[in-house]
Each structure stands twice: as C-alpha cells, then as structure tokens.
Write a protein that binds this ligand. Structure first.
Ligand code: HAM
Length: 429
C-alpha cells in the first residue's frame, strides 16, 4: 500500500530500538569528553549560507552540490548545516571565546544535512558527534584528538578500527605542491574520470582520493603532499606521528588522504572499518569519523588567527556497524507493573497511584482507555510485566488493591497506601 506521507528521501525516523544506540554512543562521547573537560555546545540547525561557502570552500562537493538552502521571507539565504566545525567557529568568534583559558574544548552532537544520493550509510539527514580544540598549535593536540576518538570506539567495543593520517601542508607550502600536482594531472587528464577532469582546475587535491580505478592508478604515481611540506609543517607532522607511536595507536600513513572540506591545514585523519559487503565476500571501507587541523578557519570567518583541530563521527554509520556486529544498545528500563482498573473511581485513583510509582522510580504501564479486565491483563502479558495491580470498583471504595503475579495467577489484596512498598519488595527479590 502506498502511504500518503513518507519521511523525505534520505531522512529517517529514529524509533525506540535505534534510540538505545544513539544513547549509548552519546553517553560514551559525553563521558570521554567530560574526562578531558570539553564543554558541550549546540549551534542552530540553520546558519547563513555564506558561512559554509566561505568556511568549507566554494569548490567542494558539499557546497557545490549538497547544501540545502532556503530563502527567508526577509530575503536572506540560510543553509541547513552540512557539518559542525564552521558553525562552532562562528560561535567561538561571536561569543568572544578567545578570552577563555586556552585551549577551548567544545563537543557537540546533533543532526546534519547533505543532499547526497542516499545509500547504505549515506543519508541526507544524519547525526554526528564532534570534538573541537581551539587555541593550540602543538601537534600533541592533534594526537590527543585522535586518542580521544580511538577511546570512543574502544568504549563502544568496535574492534578492528583503522586510522589513516596525512599532512596536507598549509599556505606556506600547499600552493607550490598544488602547482606540481596540477601540472602532473594535466599531463594525464585524458585518462581521468569525468568528475576528476573537472576537478583538475577547481580542486585538484580531491582527485587523490577518487575511488575510480583509472584515477587511483594516476594518483598512485602523483607527487605526494608529505614530500613537499615546508620544514615547519614537516616537523609538525613528524612530531604528530611520534606522539601516535608513543600512544601505540594503530595508524597508517595514507599520502592520498585529503578530506572533502577546504578548511584543513597540516594534519588530517580518518577512522574506518572494512566490512564484507552484503551477499558478497568483497570488502568495503566505511569511514566512521574524520577530521584534522584547521588553523586558518577562525581568521577566515572574521576572528583573530587561532590554531584549531577537531574530529566528527558519523553516528548513523556507527549504529549500522554495531547492529551488524551484534553489539548491544543502551538498555531501557522495562515496565515492572501494569496498573489495571475497572470503573471511573478506580481510573481516578489509578491516575494518582501512577504518580506514586513515578516518584518511587518504578516504571509502569497502564491502559486507562480500556474497561475490560481480560483485555488489560492480555496487554500486561504482552509487555511481559511480572505483576499487575488490579483496581476494581470494590477495591477503589475500600482503598485497597489486588496484586496479581502474572506467571502464577496468584492474587493478594493489600492496602492502597502500602502497595508501592510491597511492589518495591517484590521486584527487589
Ligand atoms: P566529514 O568527514 O565530512 O567531516 O564527516 C564526519 C563523519 O560523518 C564521516 O566520517 C561519516 O561517518 C559521517 N557522514 C558524513 N556524511 C554522511 C552522510 N551523508 N550520511 C551518514 N554519515 C555521514 C566533517 O563533517 C568535519 N566537520 C569533521 C571535523 C571536525 N573536522 C574538524 N573538526
């Protein structure tokens, strides 16, 4: 049957079963971010469109093809945020956070939007958690961010995670490297895919991580960023790798890792897993998190020059992986008792009794719209509660209630004032 309304393409509801995974991931991130004294920040879902065209870069796929924009009645162009770093930097500048003790550490978690072709693990509305550290240039901070992200995956019990790292230099050495790369790519442009042919002029670095076989062949012989870093960038990267070694983190240097946002300088990294494709033995690489250093972004967006580094993780992809690997979500407390009632007086008293159970933190279930006892006990059985409390007209008048053990059908009448304590004792056993 075709439904009259469905969720928009590439956007999905989060139902109870999935919520347990969201909660688990957010709790792990919150705990780890808390240990490192990160402060939580949430920015609006909508921002000025220009924040992203300036921050992420006009020639990136995100800005060129994937951004959702709208025009307000006042004629301003706003965009649904496609990522969290530019908005956080905007907030950092707007709230004068430069005056806070350095480094400023911020974490966030929420929905993001990219108009991509939906497929497994790729959505138009997706959730990310992210961690940003502003105000420190040292490569020890880059290593700290990688270490934190690694701990998050470790606490989520996600094994066999790969980390790829690279340095793409900065304004001191990247322009020269770009020239070299463009001249190499021009000499082979005829063999590049259509997409990459266009990128030679606009965004040559992105050609390095094109997944098309013919482009990969060309990029495998291309000049590499790390061979053309200036001495400062090389030193920064070398130290970063030494810190990672010290931390015994399982990383690989991938000279083709460039990332899809223009604000990166120096260090870039990605966390990924390799999983078997459905119904095939072929392996597919799933990027679970990515980030890097963005030393020029605060200045670019109107603030004082401030070095910074951060990472974001794709919550939806992590959930898909956790389900695939049968990892457990957060457990929700199940109802312990069912409150059944017969007649209006009993309904009124049940409403009051519910409040007593809430205060005692005993989760309960009731179906106040039903009048038949057998229908209510049937629901109680389906939910799987151990006890039902039956409030008949007689009991309501006598200020008592019946406790029914669902498994045995054994019933016992108790004073209404004592019932919460009685249930407490019984569920403790
Ligand atoms: P990103 O690599 O674009 O980086 O996104 C981070 C993660 O979000 C990806 O590794 C992936 O798991 C997930 N993700 C991205 N797009 C989608 C999608 N369409 N559907 C599902 N999941 C997706 C950033 O966004 C940067 N802001 C990270 C950063 C923080 N850099 C510095 N600080």
């Amino acid at each position: 049957m075709r439904l009259k309304f469905q969720s928009p393409t590439g956007m999905h509801d989060i139902l109870e079963d999935d919520y347990g995974y969201y909660e688990k991931i957010n709790t792990v991130v919150e705990n780890i971010a808390g240990s490192y004294s990160f402060k939580r920040i949430e920015t609006p879902i909508l921002e000025q469109r220009e924040l992203f065209s300036k921050g992420i870069g006009l020639s990136t796929d995100i800005v060129k093809k994937e951004i959702f924009t709208l025009r307000t009645k006042g004629g301003n162009y706003l965009a649904l945020r496609p990522e969290g770093t530019a908005p956080i930097v905007r907030a950092y500048i707007e709230h004068g956070m430069k005056n806070l003790p350095k480094p400023v550490k911020l974490w966030h978690s929420g929905p993001y939007f990219r108009h991509e072709k939906p497929q497994s693990g790729r959505f138009r509305q997706f959730w990310q958690f992210g961690l940003e550290i502003l105000g420190e240039e040292s490569s020890a901070i880059d290593a700290e961010i990688v270490q934190i992200a690694y701990s998050i995956f470790k606490d989520l019990k996600i094994k066999n995670i790969g980390i790829e790292v690279n340095s793409i230099g900065a304004s001191c050495c990247r322009p020269y490297y770009k020239k070299l790369l463009v001249s190499y790519l021009r000499s082979r442009a005829g063999n590049l895919c259509v997409n990459c042919k266009r990128k030679v002029k606009e965004n040559p670095l992105r050609i390095l991580d094109c997944k098309q076989e013919k482009c990969q062949k060309i990029s495998s012989e291309a000049p590499q960023t790390i061979d053309h870093l200036c001495s400062d960038c090389r030193k920064h990267f070398k130290e970063f790798l030494e810190f990672l070694d010290e931390l015994e983190l399982p990383y690989n240097l991938n000279p083709h890792l460039v990332r899809g946002l223009d604000y990166y300088t120096r260090t870039v990294f990605e966390f990924f897993v390799q999983e078997k494709k459905k119904d095939s033995s072929e392996l597919t690489t799933i990027a679970l998190a990515g980030g890097g250093r963005y030393d020029d972004l605060v200045k670019l967006l109107g603030g004082k020059p401030t070095p910074a580094v951060g990472i974001a993780g794709g919550i939806d992809r992590i959930i898909l992986l956790m389900k695939e690997r049968a990892l457990k979500p957060a457990q929700k407390p199940k109802p312990k008792v069912f409150l059944a009632q017969l007649g209006n007086l009993a309904k009124r008293k049940t409403l009051k009794l519910a409040e007593e159970f809430r205060k005692a933190k005993i989760p309960f279930y009731s179906s106040l719209g039903r009048d038949s006892l057998s229908v209510q006990l049937n629901i109680a059985n389906k939910i799987g509660v151990q006890y039902s409390l039956i409030f008949g007209q007689k009991e309501a008048l006598a200020n008592s209630i019946i406790i029914r053990e669902m498994k045995t059908g054994k019933q016992q009448e108790v004073d209404l004032v004592k019932v919460v304590n009685e249930i407490k004792k019984k569920i403790k056993k």
